[in-house]
Design a protein around this ligand. Structure first.
Ligand code: CDP
Ligand code: CDP
Length: 206
């Protein structure tokens, strides 16, 4: 069975959490495409040129434990605006989306560019303030001096760059289901996503 769930949306909206839960529920493979850009950005921070960094990505780069920081997020969003970087990462993502057995991919351009024919498309959002609170909770453990306002400013800067770029900007596909998680607990957000995917699977069988 070929079946793709495309999940897009701004930073810290809950994409990855929902993607992981869907993959576990339905037995699909999961690809966090943000990790490809974070790992590319990390190599650029180490001095490599952006396109070479994307072309040279290896499994070891994706396994690094220091990819979730604010600095790497910023570097990721800078390299992500370079068309040749996106081109270097395209085929891997497209092949992953159409692999046998079902796949969930989360990112910014999955429903619009990577897999415009995805069987289910979700665009996950939450208010800026709520997203900053959630991301702050994750990052403050490693950096106790970090404030919610700093995280909020970083997220806004990154979202603005991601939405304004010419190459595969972040935007909801016309046929995406909008999922606002501002006032939704994770379980409730996952339940809505599971219902949407379950319905699409039923239709495919019917
Ligand atoms: O993948 P993305 O950056 O969109 O977000 P995430 O990593 O899935 O979620 C960011 C943080 O928000 C995580 O710590 C989640 O546990 C939390 N979260 C939440 O508290 N409530 C939700 N409805 C969704 C996510
Ligand atoms: O987890 P969070 O939503 O904060 O970020 P991420 O999904 O790890 O993505 C990091 C950065 O990579 C984003 O800000 C985008 O600039 C870029 N990205 C992209 O351009 N296209 C994707 N499909 C995924 C990520």
């Amino acid at each position: 069975m070929i079946f793709t769930v495309a999940i897009d949306g701004p930073a810290a909206a809950g994409k990855g959490t929902i993607a992981k839960a869907l993959a576990a529920h339905f037995g699909f493979a999961h690809l966090d495409t943000g990790l490809l850009y974070r790992a590319t950005g990390r190599r650029v921070m180490d001095g490599e040129a952006p396109v070479a960094a994307a072309e040279n990505l290896a499994a070891d780069d994706l396994a690094r434990t220091d990819l979730r920081t604010g600095d790497v997020g910023k570097a990721a969003s800078e390299v992500a605006a370079v068309p040749e970087v996106r081109a270097a990462l395209l085929q891997f993502q497209k092949a992953f989306a159409r692999r046998e057995g079902g796949a969930v991919l989360d990112g910014r351009d999955i429903g619009t560019v990577i897999c415009p024919k995805a069987e289910v498309k979700l665009f996950v959002t939450a208010s800026d303030e709520r997203r900053a609170q959630r991301r702050h909770r994750e990052l403050v453990q490693a950096d106790p001096s970090l404030t919610v306002d700093q995280v909020l400013a970083d997220l806004k800067e990154r979202d603005a760059r991601d939405a304004a770029r010419d190459a595969a900007p972040m935007k909801a596909a016309d046929d995406a289901l909008l999922l606002d998680t501002t006032d939704l607990a994770i379980d409730a957000a996952v339940a809505q996503a599971v219902e949407a995917v379950g319905k699409a699977l039923e239709q495919g069988r019917g």
